[in-house]
Design a protein around this ligand. Sequence first.
Ligand code: UDP
Length: 455
Amino acid sequence: MEVPPLEAGSLLPFIGRERLGALADAAAQARHALGGATVWNISSTAAGGGVAEMLPLLVGYARGSGVDARWVVLDCDEAFFQITKRLHNRLHGATGDGGALGRTESVSYSAVMAANAAALTERVRRDDVAVLHDPQAAGLAGALSELGVRVIWRCHVGTERTNGFTDEAWAFLTPQLEGSHAFVFSHRGFVPRHLGGKDVWVIPPSIDPLSPKNPKLSAATVRALLGRIDLAPGPDGAGTMGSASTRGAGLVASQERLVVQVSRWDRLKDMQGVLEGFADRMAGRSDCRLALVGPAVAEVSDDPEGAAVLGECVAAWESLPTRQRDAIRLVTLPMDDLELNALMVNAVQRRADVVVQKSLEEGFGLTVAEAMWKSRPVVASAVGGIVDQVAPGTGVLLADPSDLVAFGDALADLLARSDELAAMGRRARRRIRSHFLSDRHLVDYARLLVHVAGV
Ligand code: UDP
């Protein structure tokens, strides 16, 4: 991937001089330790999901600070993604498509890894560092470490539970990870027991104030962007965005309150549960609307279940009584222009009165940080990395994400406390500023690189 360098100095208004100085020091130490070695980030998709969201920024800042960081996307086919989606689901303790993760799958997975490793052999050098992201890239560890590359496996998913599915995923992955020098998890509770004695780091993800997803937008720009996806009256009174598709009756009027969940069409994000919980408790009883917003399904290459999950949501929405259906919009955003997609997500999150992330399991949930940074109170599941983000007074955590009645009640209760929402939102923004912006993430990475370079 082409990643233009980014200038860390632009973060100054958000992080202040002290943090900027700490970042510059950390970068200098990493540069020194690496001594000209390249840091390869290897992931499975150029668009869609949190990893693709973060890499252009992290790699961009690293390049801007003089570290030769690169981002490479694997060459994989649909059969491979079917296996890795199964792994993704099972690392979350869920069955996914119910298919096998046995010897046949292991052989096909290894063949794709071997082909990708062969392509990389030409490019990597001894003493380079490779950061392999998620189960999709895990199987490169052995081949790269044999070439003298220091290998870090970064796992962005997980669950605190263990069950037969997590056991199966780890049984599949553990041999593939042979050769890794260090392991990174987003959340302490995700570290599996069998990695206890290894070189394990916990580094939570981050968002960036300067990515098009996050900067302040004027009210007029928010309206114009929402107009393009048929969520608000556009300048000409109607939506104009050909490839975005919004299901639902009419535009959301400016006096109506809007609840939003933005996520991939993944069962573990439970868009359907949000729809049903909202329909039961909220729809038709108030001036409140729900928008479920996700990517156009054909455009997220490593997520083969997207179309089916969107289809299930559409069917659930179509089966609602008219009054409930009319309160809910299902939106798919085009991904062909990633900057426009990000601006649309930004506008939707800013228009929202409350942002929901009712995931059944969640690695981190960048969407939570994005909403909190925009001073939006959140109603989110108490799972995985979401718990690290939603501090007391910044939103509501759902103890049991599958309890739709509790979800509806929490939402109704929060919306009823309208005089508290602004203060909650301000605390939410402060929480993200102090813990989850790019500089903290880059400093963590710099420490890891210094450590690994010395191994
Ligand atoms: N996202 C997006 N367009 C969409 C849906 C999601 O840009 O239509 C982004 C979202 O804003 C966030 C990322 O995809 O930055 C999702 O990351 P998260 O950690 O929430 O979940 P993941 O998809 O990695 O499981």
